[in-house]
Design a protein around this ligand. Structure first.
Ligand code: NAD
Ligand code: DAO
Ligand code: ZN
Ligand code: ZN
Length: 369
């Protein structure tokens, strides 16, 4: 079929809206009509050329919501008409990773997904006979997309897809990092570095966990008002200090925070986030994705003296099992998505969504198909 899609022909180029060919779903795959898709910093990161796994030409997008329109051979858990959220971290339920009980990083289709292909090693998208790569197994910047069955979470049909699409990445990542990865307890103190969609969702998660102090660090002070709305208690603009920001936070908290979260992708701030943690028990969670070739460093004594460094992908959330519950929490008012949608744009204006992100004017722009 012919579908309209935003194609990234190469790094640093604007996305090009065109009609591309999309083959129907093969064995174990599902065709979905994309209803909405958020634009995440990770899409911009791959488009920038900084992503070592970045492939071109590609159809980006990984924060979508859609409706099943066709199922391939052997698909048993989804049917036409089901509402779904695509998962860049799939859940087969059977691989060594899924059955470990220790991680959400299902590896069943990791190798082909990393090569921008469906599990059989080919792409469903093409233009003039030349293949276009899939992105993170999801490619939601297209009117229709093909996704493996194990990479789709079936959700409540009454949930608005133009809101719950944000649960396909940013919001789940932030809340999951707090509840699943850090397991923040009531009364804990928190520092959040970066107040984009991810950082604000960490703030939201910290509030849900009943953290006592939620300190936000960002160089764009416009973000502080929204963070306050989500439950943040203290605000720091590092540009206003002439000493390392970890020192400022340690002083403010009488020894450091219980948990910190890096939501930017800056290795210097990853160090600051670790070093602002309390001696003996403070844990720092890396969420931000750093540029190709970047490395983190600290004095090993920081770890010897009890600080812990961890990372998280998709907030440690197992998508097929746990995401429907996140949607239900939105429907019951326990998760706020509405305030995070700062702009809605048609696919034709998707490049504006990237501009708004780079200008620091948006939290999330949702593409409304
Ligand atoms: P965003 O661009 O919307 O937000 C980043 C925020 O960081 C902005 O508010 C910006 O002002 C702030 N910032 C930038 N430089 C700063 C500095 N030097 N000091 C303080 N603040 C600074 O991005 P986002 O969509 O929220 O994504 C954040 C990061 O999380 C990205 O690296 C993204 O790739 C990553 N990410 C990771 C996962 C995961 O599963 N681990 C999932 C989604 C996104
Ligand atoms: O299993 O090796 C693996 C890779 C899993 C991919 C997880 C990606 C998480 C960070 C990227 C940002 C998400 C948009
Ligand atoms: Zn994302
Ligand atoms: Zn698995």
């Amino acid at each position: 079929m012919k579908v309209k899609a935003a194609v990234a022909w190469g790094p640093k180029q604007p996305l090009s809206i065109e009609e591309v060919d999309l083959e129907g779903p093969k064995k174990g795959e599902v065709l979905i009509k994309v209803i909405a898709s958020g634009v995440c910093h990770t899409d911009a990161y791959t488009l920038s050329g900084e992503d070592p796994e970045g492939l071109f030409p590609v159809i980006l997008g990984h924060e979508g919501g859609g409706i099943v329109t066709e199922v391939g051979e052997g698909v048993t858990t989804l049917a036409v008409g089901d509402h779904v959220i695509p998962l860049y971290t799939p859940e087969c339920g059977e691989c060594k990773f899924c059955t470990s009980g220790k991680t959400n990083l299902c590896q069943r289709i990791r190798e082909t997904q990393g090569r921008g292909l469906m599990p059989d090693g080919t792409s469903r998208f093409s233009k003039d006979g030349k293949p276009i790569f899939h992105y993170m197994g999801t490619s939601t910047f297209a009117e229709y997309t093909v996704v493996p069955e194990i990479a789709l979470a079936k959700i409540d049909k009454s949930a608005p897809l133009d809101k719950v699409c944000l649960l396909g990445c940013g919001v789940t990542t932030g809340i999951g990092a707090v509840l699943n990865t850090a397991k923040v307890e009531e009364g804990a103190t928190i520092a959040v570095f970066g107040l984009g969609g991810i950082g604000l969702s960490v703030v939201q998660g910290a509030k849900m966990a009943k953290a006592s102090k939620i300190i936000c660090i960002d160089i764009n002070e416009d973000k502080f008002e929204m963070a306050k709305k989500f439950g943040a208690t203290d605000f720091i603009n590092p540009k206003k200090y002439d000493k390392p920001i970890q020192e400022v936070i340690v002083e403010l908290t009488e020894g450091g925070v219980d948990y910190s979260f890096e939501c930017i992708g800056n290795v210097d701030l990853m160090r600051a986030a670790l070093e602002c943690c309390h001696k003996g028990w403070g844990e720092s969670i890396i969420i931000g994705v750093a540029g190709a070739g970047k490395e983190i460093s600290t004095r090993p004594f920081q770890l010897v003296t009890g600080r812990v460094w961890r990372g998280t992908a998709f907030g440690g959330v197992k998508g097929r099992t746990e995401l429907p519950g996140y949607v239900d929490k939105y429907m019951s008012g326990e998760i706020n998505l509405d305030d995070l949608v700062t702009f809605k744009l048609p696919l034709e204006e998707i490049n504006k969504a990237f501009d708004l992100m780079h200008e620091g004017k948006s939290i999330r722009t949702v593409i409304d198909f």
